[in-house]
Ligand binder design. Structure first.
Ligand SMILES: Nc1ncnc2c1ncn2[C@@H]1O[C@H](COP(=O)(O)OP(=O)(O)OP(=O)(O)O)[C@@H](O)[C@H]1O
Ligand SMILES: [Mg+2]
Length: 183
């Protein structure tokens, strides 16, 4: 298995929203030279109180047995973030939704690499039936992308051509963000 990256953690948390049946998911990623913060907010109905008490315990899951994974997303994330001096905070309102906020200190020697954020965004955007709102900042420069705007320009992401177009666009947005910071 490859090294887990901060982007993989973001993907895991956003996947929790998808699995819980979210219709709207808002992702914010704010990075500086020292820190990596992300939040994921959904309208998937919140976490059951009996589960919420135990979400950081390994192997707590409401997912069906035949599904690949086992309930390690949140415990792994908490351990990884706290090792760097950061945190994971989960707020949930049962019947409404959940917001998860995560901070990593990149300056800590044990911090995992950031990984491929544009690719993570792309994979998430390919989940049909969900309105994604993504904001990505590096220091004071940001870009935003959302399902509605995207569908206005390219329609449904239903062909390899369109997917690679969006992939290129995300790469370019990401590159120009990092470039701007170098100036
Ligand atoms: N955004 C969310 N909305 C509703 N329930 C959630 C949400 N995030 C987590 N949960 C609940 O918390 C449980 C534990 O989440 P966790 O990510 O640790 O494990 P998992 O998603 O079940 O499995 P894995 O992450 O290993 O694939 C989930 O099974 C689900 O019941
Ligand atoms: Mg999970």
């Amino acid at each position: 298995m490859g090294l887990i990256t901060l982007s993989d953690h973001l993907h895991d948390i956003a996947e929790n929203s998808v699995n819980a049946g979210a219709k709207n998911v808002t992702i914010v990623v704010e990075e500086t030279s020292e820190t990596f913060f992300f939040s994921v907010e959904d309208d998937a109905g919140g976490i059951r109180p009996d589960i919420f008490e135990k979400i950081f315990d390994p192997f707590v899951t409401t997912r069906k047995k035949e599904i690949r994974r086992v309930g390690l997303g949140l415990p792994f994330l908490k351990q990884a973030a706290e090792t760097t001096g950061g945190y994971v905070r989960v707020e949930t309102e049962f019947g409404k939704g959940t917001k998860t906020e995560v901070l990593f200190y990149k300056s800590n020697i044990d911090c995992q690499p950031v990984g491929n954020l544009p690719q993570t965004f792309l994979v998430l955007l390919l989940n049909g039936g969900i309105e994604w709102h993504i904001k990505r900042c590096y220091n004071s420069s940001c870009y935003e992308i959302d399902t509605q705007t995207l569908s206005k320009y390219v329609g449904q992401l239903d062909s390899p051509g369109k997917i690679s177009l969006v992939s290129d666009m995300l790469e370019e947005l990401e590159n120009s963000l990092i470039e701007e910071e170098k100036i």
